[in-house]
Write a protein that binds this ligand. Structure first.
Ligand code: A3P
Length: 287
């Protein structure tokens, strides 16, 4: 790149980034206002609350299949379980009103923003921080085709800097509510280890009567292989009618942390230890 171009980029980037940040704040403020002033809650509402890339879509699919005994078919998961903030942003309240109960919402709002009513039920899903950060990188790279390379991105996330918001702030807002009567905390890693056990736990919590003979179909439809085969049904870009050049259901693994630089791993471990202490997590409670 020639130096006049470089200079121009250096001069223009900060104000453009700042404008982008104001735009994002504006969007969030509008969502929140619409939520507080126009949204009509129902006592049966169910929220799947997650930090992005923690297994949200997987849990959406599990709920949809549990409620239908493994028989649900759809063109796109958002028809069965919409992204709450996106619907608010678009002001689609007629769509919200038409949804049958119980409505299954996916949300990335913090607890403080959502302030869920005690009548609603929440499935709060978390995933190992390393795996979440790596998944965020691939998601943002795929979705926005941004130019950040891996190490600086992870370095930023470890410090709590990400366009999705800080992972630590999210955990600080939700974790104190993990044992509330209307909240069920589910770990992505536990779903990977024994999806059947977690499916039964979720069904019991929500009071869904699932005949045991339907379980095999439910688990098959929620398997990584099935969801990967039907990737377009889950790719959020297709709800926006865009091309889908990458895979939304990527690899669904755990323990990719070896990709982190040593100093990032060390900093993250320190931050996690502090967070655990601040939240008063017991020995057996792992993020
Ligand atoms: P990876 O990017 O690590 O592959 P979200 O739905 O919150 O955006 O989370 C996306 C992550 O969940 C992706 O992780 C995706 O592959 C994984 N995922 C989706 N469906 C899954 C399934 N059936 N089994 C395991 N992981 C799944």
């Amino acid at each position: 790149m020639r130096w006049p171009m470089k200079l121009l980029l250096n001069v223009l980037t900060p104000p453009v980034a700042l404008a982008g940040r104001f735009y994002n704040w504006g969007q969030r403020y509008r969502e929140l206002l619409r939520y507080r002033l126009e949204f009509r809650p129902r006592p049966e509402d169910i929220f799947i609350a997650t930090y992005p890339k923690s297994g949200t879509t997987w849990m959406q699919m599990l709920l949809v299949q549990l409620f239908s005994g493994g028989l649900a078919e759809f063109d796109h998961i958002s028809q069965k379980s919409p992204y709450f903030e996106s619907v608010l942003r678009q002001g689609r309240f007629d769509f919200l009103e038409k949804l049958p109960s119980p409505r299954l919402f996916k949300t990335h709002m913090t607890y403080g923003a959502l302030r869920p009513s005690k009548d609603s039920r929440i499935i709060f899903v978390t995933r190992d921080a390393h795996d979440t950060f790596i998944s965020c990188y691939h998601h943002l790279e795929m979705a926005q085709r941004f130019r950040s390379s891996f190490d600086p991105f992870i370095g930023g996330m470890v410090k709590g800097k990400c366009s999705f918001g800080s992972w630590y702030d999210y955990m600080r807002s939700w974790m104190p509510h993990r044992t509330d009567a209307n909240v069920l905390w589910v770990r992505y890693e536990d779903m990977r280890q024994d999806l059947g056990a977690q499916a039964r736990r979720v069904a019991a919590f929500l009071g869904i009567p699932v005949p045991e003979e339907r379980m095999a179909d439910i688990l098959e439809k929620c398997s990584f292989a099935y969801m990967k085969r039907h990737d377009p049904k889950f790719d959020f870009r297709l709800t926006m009618h865009e091309d889908s050049p990458g895979n939304f259901i990527r690899q669904g693994g755990s323990g990719e942390r070896r990709q982190f630089r040593e100093e990032h791993t060390a900093e993250l471990e320190r931050n996690l230890a502090k967070l655990r202490g601040d939240l008063g997590l017991g020995e057996a409670e792992r993020f």
